[in-house]
Design a protein around this ligand. Structure first.
Ligand SMILES: [Zn+2]
Length: 280
């Protein structure tokens, strides 16, 4: 395992299909290198900015429209043991090409503040960035803003931030990037003009934010189980069986941890009939 000052290795996504002609060698172990580098960055900022108190989490990359990243508390459960859960921090690689390494890492830390609040603070209702969150952001050296500019509102549903000059994040990030051979693949061609154009286009088209803690964008309203059944291709008798079986469970919502419940449902075990996932 690489500790501390590992290189930051991120790949931009190629937006329109085919690979360009292969003039450079393929990179060995891109999955390992990418995720190891993000994991090392998480550990580093956890130590430097949070006193090492944050529990580990699962970092994923999601091309989520309009989002630099998001946090989702206790999003994953172990298949082997549904009581074993972990949080998700997602980063959007479609935004890597138009952002600098410190900007990308600042999004990681923004989501880490959500994770901190999830475990040690008081998050508001889903998707809301509240005052406690804003105060912690400032403490780690990020200034919350709804507009992306200074002077924007510090609390709200969809929020972003900018890096405080000379603040804790700024200093820690500089040290981190200076100590590793940090480089990002989107700039490999050294094509500054193309990067500038992409930056302008991205800035004019989409407003990127963080949609808030506890939710996955586009799914902030969790689909109830009966709607999931209705949307499935079960036959009426299978649906009736599923509804019959699931009704008492909903009256005892604390019986299963969240992860366990959705796991059971996704496995299609409740109706005792053909699984809705058959043919997958
Ligand atoms: Zn956020």
């Amino acid at each position: 395992m690489i500790h501390g000052h590992a290189a930051l290795e991120l790949y931009r996504t190629i937006q329109h299909g085919r690979c360009p002609e292969r003039t450079t060698p393929m990179i060995a172990n891109p999955t390992h290198r990418t995720y190891t580098s993000l994991d090392a960055a998480y550990d580093y900022f956890n130590r430097e900015l949070f006193g090492g108190e944050l529990p580990p989490c699962l970092i994923t990359m999601q091309r989520q429209k309009g989002a630099y990243g998001y946090f989702s508390g206790e999003r994953f459960a172990s298949l082997a043991n549904p009581n074993e859960v972990t949080d998700e921090i997602a980063l959007n690689p479609a935004t890597f090409a138009t952002r600098t390494p410190p900007e990308i890492l600042s999004t990681l830390v923004h989501e880490m503040v959500h994770l901190w609040q999830h475990h040690f603070g008081k998050p508001s209702r889903q998707s809301y960035h509240n005052k406690q969150w804003a105060a912690k952001m400032r403490e780690v050296g990020l200034v919350p803003t709804g507009t992306g500019e200074s002077g924007g509102k510090e609390t709200g549903q969809n929020m972003t931030h900018y890096v405080e000059k000379g603040g804790r994040f700024s200093k820690a990030c500089k040290t981190y990037l200076a100590a590793g051979d940090a480089f990002l693949y989107q700039d490999r061609a050294g094509d500054e003009e193309a990067t500038k154009t992409r930056r302008k286009k991205a800035a004019s088209k989409t407003k990127y934010t963080c949609p808030g803690a506890g939710s996955t964008p586009g799914r902030s309203r969790r689909r109830p189980w009966y709607a999931a059944i209705a949307a499935s291709r079960w036959k009426p008798n299978q649906m009736r069986a599923a509804i019959r079986e699931r009704t008492p469970a909903t009256r005892r919502p604390n019986q299963h941890p969240r992860g366990a419940r959705s796991l059971r449902f996704q496995a299609g075990e409740s109706p005792g009939a053909a699984s809705p996932n058959r043919g997958r």
